[in-house]
Design a protein around this ligand. Structure first.
Ligand code: ATP
Ligand code: MG
Length: 563
Protein backbone atom coordinates (compact mmCIF):
# COMPACT_ATOMS: atom_id res chain seq x y z
CA UNK A 1 0.00 0.00 0.00
CA UNK A 2 2.69 2.45 1.03
CA UNK A 3 4.56 1.49 -2.12
CA UNK A 4 1.54 2.22 -4.24
CA UNK A 5 1.14 5.63 -2.70
CA UNK A 6 4.80 6.29 -3.33
CA UNK A 7 4.48 5.28 -6.97
CA UNK A 8 1.40 7.44 -7.29
CA UNK A 9 3.38 10.39 -5.96
CA UNK A 10 6.19 9.72 -8.39
CA UNK A 11 3.82 9.63 -11.29
CA UNK A 12 1.88 12.79 -10.57
CA UNK A 13 3.38 15.89 -12.09
CA UNK A 14 3.55 19.24 -10.39
CA UNK A 15 1.65 22.00 -12.13
CA UNK A 16 4.76 23.39 -13.81
CA UNK A 17 5.68 20.00 -15.23
CA UNK A 18 2.15 19.74 -16.58
CA UNK A 19 2.50 23.11 -18.30
CA UNK A 20 5.87 22.18 -19.79
CA UNK A 21 4.65 18.81 -21.03
CA UNK A 22 1.64 20.47 -22.63
CA UNK A 23 3.78 23.15 -24.28
CA UNK A 24 6.19 20.56 -25.65
CA UNK A 25 3.37 18.30 -26.85
CA UNK A 26 1.67 21.21 -28.60
CA UNK A 27 4.96 22.04 -30.30
CA UNK A 28 5.06 25.55 -28.78
CA UNK A 29 8.78 25.09 -28.09
CA UNK A 30 11.35 22.64 -29.34
CA UNK A 31 13.01 22.70 -25.95
CA UNK A 32 12.58 24.69 -22.79
CA UNK A 33 14.85 27.34 -21.33
CA UNK A 34 14.49 28.43 -17.71
CA UNK A 35 16.56 30.84 -15.66
CA UNK A 36 17.54 31.34 -12.05
CA UNK A 37 17.71 35.10 -11.43
CA UNK A 38 19.35 35.94 -8.09
CA UNK A 39 19.99 39.48 -7.05
CA UNK A 40 23.66 39.54 -5.95
CA UNK A 41 22.89 41.31 -2.69
CA UNK A 42 23.38 38.45 -0.25
CA UNK A 43 24.09 34.75 0.06
CA UNK A 44 21.63 32.15 -1.13
CA UNK A 45 19.37 30.56 1.46
CA UNK A 46 17.31 27.40 1.62
CA UNK A 47 14.39 29.24 -0.03
CA UNK A 48 16.53 29.90 -3.08
CA UNK A 49 17.46 26.24 -3.23
CA UNK A 50 13.77 25.53 -3.76
CA UNK A 51 13.81 27.80 -6.80
CA UNK A 52 17.13 26.37 -8.03
CA UNK A 53 15.94 22.78 -7.84
CA UNK A 54 12.75 23.80 -9.60
CA UNK A 55 14.34 25.74 -12.46
CA UNK A 56 17.33 23.48 -13.06
CA UNK A 57 15.29 20.37 -12.30
CA UNK A 58 12.60 21.21 -14.88
CA UNK A 59 15.18 21.83 -17.59
CA UNK A 60 17.07 18.68 -16.69
CA UNK A 61 13.92 16.57 -16.74
CA UNK A 62 12.77 17.84 -20.14
CA UNK A 63 16.13 18.09 -21.86
CA UNK A 64 16.24 21.88 -21.72
CA UNK A 65 18.68 24.38 -20.31
CA UNK A 66 18.89 26.92 -17.51
CA UNK A 67 20.60 30.29 -17.51
CA UNK A 68 22.06 31.85 -14.43
CA UNK A 69 21.17 35.51 -14.62
CA UNK A 70 22.30 37.95 -12.02
CA UNK A 71 19.59 40.48 -11.55
CA UNK A 72 21.97 43.33 -10.91
CA UNK A 73 19.83 46.35 -11.67
CA UNK A 74 20.29 47.95 -8.27
CA UNK A 75 23.86 49.26 -8.12
CA UNK A 76 23.79 50.13 -4.44
CA UNK A 77 23.39 46.75 -2.76
CA UNK A 78 25.38 44.53 -5.05
CA UNK A 79 28.77 42.99 -4.63
CA UNK A 80 31.04 40.55 -6.46
CA UNK A 81 31.54 38.58 -3.23
CA UNK A 82 27.88 37.64 -3.53
CA UNK A 83 28.22 36.71 -7.19
CA UNK A 84 31.01 34.25 -6.36
CA UNK A 85 29.19 32.73 -3.41
CA UNK A 86 26.02 32.26 -5.46
CA UNK A 87 27.88 30.42 -8.20
CA UNK A 88 29.68 28.19 -5.70
CA UNK A 89 26.40 27.36 -3.96
CA UNK A 90 24.55 26.41 -7.15
CA UNK A 91 27.40 24.16 -8.25
CA UNK A 92 27.57 22.58 -4.83
CA UNK A 93 23.85 21.82 -5.07
CA UNK A 94 24.69 19.85 -8.18
CA UNK A 95 23.61 22.12 -11.02
CA UNK A 96 25.37 23.77 -13.92
CA UNK A 97 24.02 26.65 -15.96
CA UNK A 98 24.08 26.94 -19.73
CA UNK A 99 25.05 30.63 -19.64
CA UNK A 100 26.12 33.12 -17.03
CA UNK A 101 24.36 36.39 -17.77
CA UNK A 102 23.87 39.70 -16.04
CA UNK A 103 20.86 41.94 -16.41
CA UNK A 104 23.42 44.74 -16.60
CA UNK A 105 24.66 43.22 -19.88
CA UNK A 106 21.33 44.32 -21.31
CA UNK A 107 21.40 47.93 -20.12
CA UNK A 108 21.95 49.25 -23.66
CA UNK A 109 19.26 47.03 -25.15
CA UNK A 110 16.84 47.89 -22.37
CA UNK A 111 17.54 51.56 -22.94
CA UNK A 112 16.72 51.13 -26.62
CA UNK A 113 13.49 49.32 -25.72
CA UNK A 114 12.57 52.27 -23.51
CA UNK A 115 13.19 54.74 -26.35
CA UNK A 116 11.01 52.58 -28.55
CA UNK A 117 8.15 52.77 -26.10
CA UNK A 118 8.60 56.55 -25.91
CA UNK A 119 8.43 56.73 -29.69
CA UNK A 120 5.24 54.69 -29.63
CA UNK A 121 3.75 57.17 -27.18
CA UNK A 122 3.77 54.51 -24.45
CA UNK A 123 6.27 56.05 -22.04
CA UNK A 124 6.98 59.54 -20.69
CA UNK A 125 9.37 61.42 -18.49
CA UNK A 126 7.81 62.61 -15.25
CA UNK A 127 9.31 65.42 -13.16
CA UNK A 128 7.04 64.76 -10.19
CA UNK A 129 8.64 63.90 -6.87
CA UNK A 130 8.37 60.37 -5.48
CA UNK A 131 5.80 61.63 -2.94
CA UNK A 132 3.69 63.31 -5.60
CA UNK A 133 3.75 60.17 -7.73
CA UNK A 134 2.68 58.08 -4.77
CA UNK A 135 -0.13 60.54 -3.98
CA UNK A 136 -1.41 60.54 -7.57
CA UNK A 137 -1.41 56.76 -7.69
CA UNK A 138 -4.83 56.51 -6.00
CA UNK A 139 -5.91 53.49 -4.02
CA UNK A 140 -7.19 50.08 -5.09
CA UNK A 141 -10.74 51.46 -4.84
CA UNK A 142 -10.09 54.97 -6.19
CA UNK A 143 -8.59 55.73 -9.57
CA UNK A 144 -5.33 57.64 -9.70
CA UNK A 145 -4.85 61.05 -11.23
CA UNK A 146 -2.75 61.85 -14.26
CA UNK A 147 0.58 63.52 -13.74
CA UNK A 148 0.79 67.01 -15.29
CA UNK A 149 3.76 65.66 -17.34
CA UNK A 150 1.79 62.78 -18.81
CA UNK A 151 0.91 64.65 -21.99
CA UNK A 152 4.46 65.57 -23.00
CA UNK A 153 5.04 64.93 -26.68
CA UNK A 154 7.31 62.23 -28.03
CA UNK A 155 10.16 64.55 -29.01
CA UNK A 156 10.31 66.20 -25.60
CA UNK A 157 10.22 62.83 -23.87
CA UNK A 158 13.03 61.47 -26.04
CA UNK A 159 15.20 64.50 -25.38
CA UNK A 160 14.55 64.44 -21.63
CA UNK A 161 15.25 60.70 -21.41
CA UNK A 162 18.52 61.15 -23.28
CA UNK A 163 19.41 63.96 -20.91
CA UNK A 164 18.62 61.68 -17.99
CA UNK A 165 21.06 59.15 -19.37
CA UNK A 166 23.64 61.87 -20.04
CA UNK A 167 23.65 62.77 -16.37
CA UNK A 168 22.00 66.18 -16.59
CA UNK A 169 19.77 65.56 -13.59
CA UNK A 170 20.18 64.67 -9.98
CA UNK A 171 18.85 61.51 -8.28
CA UNK A 172 15.08 61.59 -8.06
CA UNK A 173 14.67 64.65 -10.27
CA UNK A 174 12.97 62.72 -13.07
CA UNK A 175 11.73 59.23 -13.83
CA UNK A 176 10.58 57.40 -16.93
CA UNK A 177 7.11 55.88 -16.65
CA UNK A 178 5.07 53.61 -18.87
CA UNK A 179 1.89 55.27 -20.04
CA UNK A 180 -0.84 52.73 -19.42
CA UNK A 181 -3.96 53.39 -17.35
CA UNK A 182 -4.21 55.55 -14.22
CA UNK A 183 -7.64 54.07 -13.48
CA UNK A 184 -6.72 50.40 -13.83
CA UNK A 185 -7.86 48.09 -11.07
CA UNK A 186 -4.34 46.65 -11.18
CA UNK A 187 -2.15 49.16 -9.37
CA UNK A 188 0.86 48.00 -11.40
CA UNK A 189 -0.83 49.37 -14.51
CA UNK A 190 -1.05 52.91 -13.15
CA UNK A 191 1.89 54.22 -15.14
CA UNK A 192 4.60 52.12 -13.49
CA UNK A 193 8.16 53.42 -13.19
CA UNK A 194 10.57 52.11 -15.80
CA UNK A 195 13.75 54.05 -15.00
CA UNK A 196 15.12 56.01 -12.08
CA UNK A 197 18.19 58.20 -11.79
CA UNK A 198 20.89 56.89 -9.50
CA UNK A 199 24.37 58.34 -9.62
CA UNK A 200 25.97 55.25 -8.22
CA UNK A 201 28.85 52.98 -9.10
CA UNK A 202 27.78 49.60 -10.45
CA UNK A 203 29.82 46.44 -9.75
CA UNK A 204 30.03 45.65 -13.47
CA UNK A 205 29.17 48.71 -15.52
CA UNK A 206 31.12 51.06 -13.28
CA UNK A 207 30.05 54.66 -13.92
CA UNK A 208 28.72 54.12 -17.43
CA UNK A 209 25.14 54.57 -16.29
CA UNK A 210 23.32 56.92 -13.99
CA UNK A 211 19.87 55.66 -14.88
CA UNK A 212 18.83 52.17 -13.90
CA UNK A 213 15.82 50.12 -15.03
CA UNK A 214 13.21 49.06 -12.49
CA UNK A 215 12.66 45.37 -11.83
CA UNK A 216 9.39 45.19 -13.79
CA UNK A 217 10.95 46.64 -16.89
CA UNK A 218 14.27 44.81 -16.64
CA UNK A 219 13.13 41.35 -15.72
CA UNK A 220 10.66 40.42 -18.44
CA UNK A 221 12.75 42.05 -21.15
CA UNK A 222 15.84 40.16 -19.97
CA UNK A 223 13.82 36.94 -20.12
CA UNK A 224 12.75 37.80 -23.63
CA UNK A 225 16.26 38.72 -24.81
CA UNK A 226 17.46 35.30 -23.65
CA UNK A 227 14.36 33.59 -25.11
CA UNK A 228 13.41 32.10 -21.78
CA UNK A 229 10.35 29.91 -22.29
CA UNK A 230 9.19 29.46 -18.70
CA UNK A 231 10.03 32.26 -16.30
CA UNK A 232 9.26 30.95 -12.84
CA UNK A 233 8.93 33.26 -9.87
CA UNK A 234 7.20 33.47 -6.51
CA UNK A 235 3.56 34.35 -5.89
CA UNK A 236 4.04 38.00 -5.02
CA UNK A 237 4.63 38.58 -8.73
CA UNK A 238 1.17 37.41 -9.79
CA UNK A 239 -0.13 41.00 -10.01
CA UNK A 240 2.96 41.96 -12.02
CA UNK A 241 2.25 39.40 -14.74
CA UNK A 242 -0.10 41.58 -16.83
CA UNK A 243 2.65 44.21 -16.91
CA UNK A 244 5.22 41.56 -17.81
CA UNK A 245 3.01 40.62 -20.77
CA UNK A 246 2.22 44.25 -21.66
CA UNK A 247 5.87 45.25 -22.19
CA UNK A 248 6.53 42.15 -24.29
CA UNK A 249 3.44 42.74 -26.40
CA UNK A 250 4.09 46.44 -26.98
CA UNK A 251 7.72 45.81 -27.88
CA UNK A 252 6.72 42.83 -30.00
CA UNK A 253 9.60 40.69 -28.74
CA UNK A 254 10.02 36.99 -27.86
CA UNK A 255 7.05 36.01 -25.70
CA UNK A 256 8.48 34.59 -22.48
CA UNK A 257 5.81 33.52 -20.00
CA UNK A 258 5.78 34.01 -16.28
CA UNK A 259 4.53 31.33 -13.86
CA UNK A 260 4.29 31.65 -10.12
CA UNK A 261 4.67 29.22 -7.22
CA UNK A 262 4.58 29.66 -3.44
CA UNK A 263 7.87 30.70 -1.85
CA UNK A 264 9.33 28.45 0.78
CA UNK A 265 8.81 29.63 4.33
CA UNK A 266 10.49 27.66 7.08
CA UNK A 267 9.69 27.87 10.78
CA UNK A 268 12.15 28.90 13.50
CA UNK A 269 14.15 30.97 11.04
CA UNK A 270 13.96 33.97 8.73
CA UNK A 271 14.38 33.72 4.97
CA UNK A 272 14.97 37.24 3.82
CA UNK A 273 18.36 38.43 2.72
CA UNK A 274 17.77 41.78 4.36
CA UNK A 275 17.12 40.13 7.73
CA UNK A 276 19.95 37.64 7.32
CA UNK A 277 22.26 40.55 6.55
CA UNK A 278 21.23 42.20 9.82
CA UNK A 279 22.11 39.05 11.74
CA UNK A 280 25.55 39.09 10.13
CA UNK A 281 26.23 42.83 10.41
CA UNK A 282 25.08 43.07 14.01
CA UNK A 283 27.13 40.06 15.06
CA UNK A 284 24.29 37.78 16.11
CA UNK A 285 25.99 35.09 14.06
CA UNK A 286 29.61 34.68 12.99
CA UNK A 287 28.92 35.28 9.29
CA UNK A 288 26.78 34.26 6.34
CA UNK A 289 28.11 30.72 6.73
CA UNK A 290 27.47 30.44 10.45
CA UNK A 291 26.15 26.88 10.79
CA UNK A 292 22.95 28.19 12.38
CA UNK A 293 22.11 30.28 9.32
CA UNK A 294 19.55 28.97 6.82
CA UNK A 295 21.97 29.88 4.04
CA UNK A 296 23.31 27.25 1.67
CA UNK A 297 26.82 28.06 2.88
CA UNK A 298 25.72 27.76 6.52
CA UNK A 299 24.01 24.44 5.91
CA UNK A 300 27.04 23.17 4.01
CA UNK A 301 29.37 24.15 6.83
CA UNK A 302 27.07 22.49 9.30
CA UNK A 303 27.29 19.22 7.38
CA UNK A 304 24.21 19.21 5.18
CA UNK A 305 24.68 17.44 1.86
CA UNK A 306 23.41 18.56 -1.55
CA UNK A 307 21.41 15.32 -1.70
CA UNK A 308 19.59 16.16 1.51
CA UNK A 309 18.67 19.65 0.32
CA UNK A 310 17.46 18.38 -3.04
CA UNK A 311 15.42 15.71 -1.28
CA UNK A 312 13.88 18.40 0.90
CA UNK A 313 13.03 20.56 -2.10
CA UNK A 314 11.34 17.60 -3.75
CA UNK A 315 9.44 16.59 -0.65
CA UNK A 316 7.87 20.01 -0.14
CA UNK A 317 6.69 19.98 -3.74
CA UNK A 318 5.55 22.96 -5.76
CA UNK A 319 2.65 24.69 -4.09
CA UNK A 320 0.45 27.49 -5.32
CA UNK A 321 -0.49 28.67 -1.86
CA UNK A 322 1.69 30.16 0.87
CA UNK A 323 2.57 27.83 3.71
CA UNK A 324 5.05 27.45 6.53
CA UNK A 325 7.18 24.31 6.29
CA UNK A 326 8.35 22.61 9.45
CA UNK A 327 12.14 22.72 9.76
CA UNK A 328 12.00 19.19 11.17
CA UNK A 329 11.31 18.03 7.61
CA UNK A 330 14.65 19.49 6.55
CA UNK A 331 16.30 17.72 9.49
CA UNK A 332 14.54 14.50 8.55
CA UNK A 333 16.00 14.77 5.03
CA UNK A 334 19.55 15.25 6.24
CA UNK A 335 19.25 12.29 8.63
CA UNK A 336 17.90 10.16 5.80
CA UNK A 337 21.00 10.78 3.76
CA UNK A 338 23.61 10.85 6.51
CA UNK A 339 22.36 7.60 7.97
CA UNK A 340 23.39 5.99 4.70
CA UNK A 341 26.78 7.62 4.31
CA UNK A 342 28.09 8.67 7.73
CA UNK A 343 31.04 6.84 9.28
CA UNK A 344 30.30 5.73 12.84
CA UNK A 345 32.65 6.91 15.54
CA UNK A 346 32.56 6.92 19.33
CA UNK A 347 32.98 10.22 21.13
CA UNK A 348 32.37 10.91 24.81
CA UNK A 349 31.16 14.43 25.60
CA UNK A 350 30.96 14.38 29.37
CA UNK A 351 33.40 11.77 30.63
CA UNK A 352 33.19 9.41 33.58
CA UNK A 353 36.29 7.28 34.17
CA UNK A 354 36.05 3.52 34.32
CA UNK A 355 38.81 1.25 35.53
CA UNK A 356 38.40 -2.31 34.27
CA UNK A 357 40.04 -3.99 37.23
CA UNK A 358 40.31 -7.52 35.81
CA UNK A 359 41.70 -6.40 32.46
CA UNK A 360 45.37 -7.36 32.59
CA UNK A 361 46.55 -6.79 29.01
CA UNK A 362 48.06 -3.44 28.07
CA UNK A 363 45.60 -2.95 25.19
CA UNK A 364 43.91 -4.70 22.30
CA UNK A 365 42.45 -3.54 19.03
CA UNK A 366 38.91 -4.49 18.18
CA UNK A 367 37.26 -4.21 14.83
CA UNK A 368 34.08 -2.19 14.30
CA UNK A 369 31.97 -1.42 11.24
CA UNK A 370 32.26 2.05 9.80
CA UNK A 371 28.67 1.94 8.66
CA UNK A 372 26.27 -0.93 9.41
CA UNK A 373 23.79 0.58 6.89
CA UNK A 374 26.27 -0.02 4.09
CA UNK A 375 26.43 -3.64 2.90
CA UNK A 376 29.99 -3.07 1.71
CA UNK A 377 31.09 -1.36 4.89
CA UNK A 378 34.75 -0.99 5.80
CA UNK A 379 35.96 -1.59 9.34
CA UNK A 380 38.08 0.44 11.69
CA UNK A 381 40.28 -0.60 14.57
CA UNK A 382 39.21 0.44 18.02
CA UNK A 383 41.60 0.34 20.98
CA UNK A 384 40.41 -1.15 24.26
CA UNK A 385 42.35 -0.81 27.50
CA UNK A 386 42.04 -0.87 31.25
CA UNK A 387 40.93 2.77 31.53
CA UNK A 388 37.92 4.00 29.66
CA UNK A 389 35.57 6.93 29.50
CA UNK A 390 31.83 6.58 29.29
CA UNK A 391 29.24 9.37 29.47
CA UNK A 392 28.34 10.64 32.93
CA UNK A 393 24.67 10.17 32.20
CA UNK A 394 25.09 6.53 31.24
CA UNK A 395 25.65 5.83 34.93
CA UNK A 396 23.35 6.34 37.91
CA UNK A 397 24.24 5.44 41.44
CA UNK A 398 20.62 5.24 42.52
CA UNK A 399 18.75 4.49 39.35
CA UNK A 400 14.99 4.71 38.98
CA UNK A 401 13.16 1.57 37.90
CA UNK A 402 13.44 2.02 34.18
CA UNK A 403 17.09 2.96 34.00
CA UNK A 404 18.77 0.22 31.97
CA UNK A 405 22.31 1.50 31.66
CA UNK A 406 25.12 1.23 34.16
CA UNK A 407 24.53 1.27 37.92
CA UNK A 408 26.11 -0.56 40.87
CA UNK A 409 25.92 -4.31 40.35
CA UNK A 410 24.45 -3.94 36.82
CA UNK A 411 25.85 -4.81 33.41
CA UNK A 412 25.97 -2.99 30.08
CA UNK A 413 27.56 -3.80 26.80
CA UNK A 414 30.30 -1.54 25.52
CA UNK A 415 29.69 -1.10 21.82
CA UNK A 416 31.89 -3.40 19.69
CA UNK A 417 33.69 -4.60 22.85
CA UNK A 418 32.81 -6.35 26.08
CA UNK A 419 30.08 -6.48 28.67
CA UNK A 420 31.14 -4.81 31.90
CA UNK A 421 29.65 -4.84 35.36
CA UNK A 422 29.96 -2.02 37.87
CA UNK A 423 31.55 -3.29 41.09
CA UNK A 424 32.43 -0.17 43.00
CA UNK A 425 31.81 3.57 42.97
CA UNK A 426 34.85 5.63 43.94
CA UNK A 427 34.27 9.13 45.37
CA UNK A 428 36.45 12.01 46.49
CA UNK A 429 36.28 13.71 49.90
CA UNK A 430 33.35 15.86 48.79
CA UNK A 431 31.34 12.84 47.74
CA UNK A 432 31.74 13.43 44.03
CA UNK A 433 32.13 10.31 41.92
CA UNK A 434 35.66 10.18 40.46
CA UNK A 435 35.63 6.77 38.84
CA UNK A 436 33.92 3.41 38.65
CA UNK A 437 35.60 0.09 39.22
CA UNK A 438 34.21 -2.45 36.81
CA UNK A 439 34.97 -5.99 35.73
CA UNK A 440 34.64 -7.21 32.20
CA UNK A 441 33.41 -10.55 30.85
CA UNK A 442 36.28 -11.80 28.64
CA UNK A 443 33.99 -14.13 26.68
CA UNK A 444 31.44 -11.45 25.90
CA UNK A 445 33.07 -9.91 22.89
CA UNK A 446 31.99 -10.73 19.39
CA UNK A 447 32.75 -14.40 18.65
CA UNK A 448 33.16 -15.28 22.33
CA UNK A 449 31.13 -17.83 24.32
CA UNK A 450 29.11 -15.08 26.03
CA UNK A 451 28.73 -12.87 23.01
CA UNK A 452 24.99 -13.46 22.90
CA UNK A 453 24.44 -12.74 26.57
CA UNK A 454 21.50 -10.39 26.98
CA UNK A 455 22.04 -7.03 28.60
CA UNK A 456 19.60 -4.16 28.62
CA UNK A 457 21.76 -1.52 26.98
CA UNK A 458 24.75 -0.86 24.78
CA UNK A 459 26.71 2.31 25.36
CA UNK A 460 29.60 4.08 23.65
CA UNK A 461 33.02 4.57 25.23
CA UNK A 462 36.62 5.48 24.47
CA UNK A 463 39.95 4.18 25.74
CA UNK A 464 41.55 6.94 27.82
CA UNK A 465 45.19 6.47 26.81
CA UNK A 466 44.24 6.40 23.13
CA UNK A 467 41.63 9.16 23.16
CA UNK A 468 42.07 12.31 21.16
CA UNK A 469 40.23 15.51 21.95
CA UNK A 470 38.15 17.72 19.72
CA UNK A 471 35.97 20.75 20.14
CA UNK A 472 32.31 20.06 19.50
CA UNK A 473 29.73 22.70 18.63
CA UNK A 474 26.13 21.83 19.30
CA UNK A 475 23.49 23.90 17.56
CA UNK A 476 19.90 24.53 18.28
CA UNK A 477 17.34 26.60 16.43
CA UNK A 478 18.39 30.19 15.87
CA UNK A 479 14.98 31.49 16.94
CA UNK A 480 12.81 30.44 19.81
CA UNK A 481 9.49 31.17 18.06
CA UNK A 482 8.05 29.63 14.92
CA UNK A 483 7.66 32.73 12.83
CA UNK A 484 10.00 35.42 14.16
CA UNK A 485 9.39 37.76 11.23
CA UNK A 486 5.71 37.99 12.12
CA UNK A 487 5.98 38.47 15.88
CA UNK A 488 5.47 41.83 17.57
CA UNK A 489 8.57 44.04 17.63
CA UNK A 490 11.94 43.31 16.13
CA UNK A 491 12.55 39.76 14.91
CA UNK A 492 15.94 39.78 16.63
CA UNK A 493 14.28 39.86 20.03
CA UNK A 494 13.32 36.26 19.37
CA UNK A 495 16.81 34.92 18.85
CA UNK A 496 17.38 31.75 20.87
CA UNK A 497 20.16 32.61 23.37
CA UNK A 498 21.09 28.92 23.61
CA UNK A 499 21.46 28.24 19.91
CA UNK A 500 25.17 27.44 20.28
CA UNK A 501 26.79 25.30 22.93
CA UNK A 502 30.52 24.67 22.72
CA UNK A 503 32.23 21.65 24.28
CA UNK A 504 35.89 22.55 24.42
CA UNK A 505 37.09 18.97 24.74
CA UNK A 506 35.20 15.87 23.82
CA UNK A 507 37.07 12.54 23.88
CA UNK A 508 37.14 10.61 20.65
CA UNK A 509 38.45 7.28 19.46
CA UNK A 510 41.68 7.70 17.48
CA UNK A 511 40.08 6.83 14.11
CA UNK A 512 38.64 10.32 14.15
CA UNK A 513 42.12 11.81 13.98
CA UNK A 514 42.08 11.81 10.19
CA UNK A 515 38.68 13.43 9.84
CA UNK A 516 38.12 14.85 6.39
CA UNK A 517 35.83 17.41 4.84
CA UNK A 518 34.50 14.88 2.38
CA UNK A 519 33.39 12.57 5.16
CA UNK A 520 30.37 12.82 7.43
CA UNK A 521 30.29 11.19 10.83
CA UNK A 522 27.77 9.75 13.17
CA UNK A 523 28.98 10.01 16.74
CA UNK A 524 27.16 7.04 18.18
CA UNK A 525 24.07 8.02 20.13
CA UNK A 526 24.99 11.70 19.72
CA UNK A 527 24.06 12.74 16.23
CA UNK A 528 25.64 13.55 12.91
CA UNK A 529 28.80 15.63 12.86
CA UNK A 530 30.95 17.39 10.31
CA UNK A 531 34.41 18.90 10.47
CA UNK A 532 34.34 22.69 10.75
CA UNK A 533 36.58 25.04 8.80
CA UNK A 534 37.90 26.44 12.10
CA UNK A 535 39.80 23.18 12.57
CA UNK A 536 43.58 23.35 12.60
CA UNK A 537 46.55 21.03 12.92
CA UNK A 538 46.34 21.41 16.70
CA UNK A 539 42.63 21.23 17.15
CA UNK A 540 39.73 19.60 15.37
CA UNK A 541 36.33 21.25 15.56
CA UNK A 542 33.10 19.44 14.78
CA UNK A 543 29.67 20.82 14.08
CA UNK A 544 26.63 18.85 15.00
CA UNK A 545 24.66 18.66 11.78
CA UNK A 546 21.65 17.17 13.51
CA UNK A 547 20.65 14.98 16.38
CA UNK A 548 19.74 11.37 15.64
CA UNK A 549 16.08 11.88 16.31
CA UNK A 550 13.67 14.74 16.46
CA UNK A 551 14.38 15.58 20.08
CA UNK A 552 13.01 19.08 19.69
CA UNK A 553 9.55 17.80 18.81
CA UNK A 554 9.68 15.57 21.87
CA UNK A 555 10.65 18.50 24.08
CA UNK A 556 7.78 20.53 22.67
CA UNK A 557 5.32 17.77 23.43
CA UNK A 558 6.64 17.43 26.96
CA UNK A 559 5.81 21.08 27.61
CA UNK A 560 2.21 20.54 26.68
CA UNK A 561 -0.27 19.17 29.21
CA UNK A 562 -1.29 15.59 28.58
CA UNK A 563 -4.74 15.26 27.05
P1 ATP B 1 14.94 37.61 -0.37
O1 ATP B 1 13.55 37.76 0.14
O2 ATP B 1 15.74 36.60 0.38
O3 ATP B 1 15.65 38.90 -0.54
P2 ATP B 1 14.59 37.64 -3.20
O4 ATP B 1 13.38 37.13 -3.85
O5 ATP B 1 14.77 39.09 -3.17
O6 ATP B 1 14.74 36.96 -1.79
P3 ATP B 1 16.36 36.97 -5.30
O7 ATP B 1 17.83 36.96 -5.28
O8 ATP B 1 15.67 37.98 -6.12
O9 ATP B 1 15.90 37.04 -3.81
O10 ATP B 1 15.82 35.53 -5.65
C1 ATP B 1 16.23 34.75 -6.73
C2 ATP B 1 15.17 33.75 -7.04
O11 ATP B 1 14.91 32.95 -5.92
C3 ATP B 1 13.86 34.43 -7.42
O12 ATP B 1 13.32 33.80 -8.54
C4 ATP B 1 13.01 34.23 -6.21
O13 ATP B 1 11.67 34.14 -6.56
C5 ATP B 1 13.53 32.93 -5.64
N1 ATP B 1 13.32 32.88 -4.19
C6 ATP B 1 13.74 33.75 -3.26
N2 ATP B 1 13.32 33.41 -2.03
C7 ATP B 1 12.60 32.27 -2.19
C8 ATP B 1 11.90 31.40 -1.30
N3 ATP B 1 11.84 31.66 0.00
N4 ATP B 1 11.29 30.32 -1.83
C9 ATP B 1 11.35 30.06 -3.14
N5 ATP B 1 12.00 30.82 -4.03
C10 ATP B 1 12.62 31.92 -3.57
MG1 MG C 1 14.28 39.68 -5.59
Amino acid sequence: MADEIKKEEEKSLNFLEEIVEEDLAAGRYKSILTRFPPEPNGYLHIGHSKSIVLNFGLARKYGGKTNLRFDDTNPVTEDTEYVESIKADIRWLGFEWANEFYASDYFEQLYLFAEELIRKGLAYVDDSSAEAIARMKGTPTEPGTASPFRTRDVETNLQLFRDMRAGKYKDGEKVLRAKIDMASSNMHFRDPLMYRIKHAHHHRTGDAWCIYPMYDFAHGQSDSIEKITHSICTLEFVPHRPLYDWFIEKLDIFPSHQYEFARLNLNYTVLSKRKLLQLVNEGHVSGWDDPRMPTISGLRRRGYTPESIRLFAEKIGVAKRENLIDVSLLEFCVREHLNKIASRRMVVFDPLKIVVSNYEQPEEWLSSEDNPEDPGTTHRQLPFSRELYIEQDDFMENPPKKFFRLSPGQKVRLKSAYIIQCDEVVKDASGKITELRCSYLPESKSGGAQSNMKVQATIHWVSIPHAITAEVRLYDRLFRVEDPANEAGDFKEYINPDSLQVLQAAYAEPALRNAKFDEHYQFLRKGYFYLDKDSSEEKMVFNRTSTLRDTWAKEQRKDRPNP
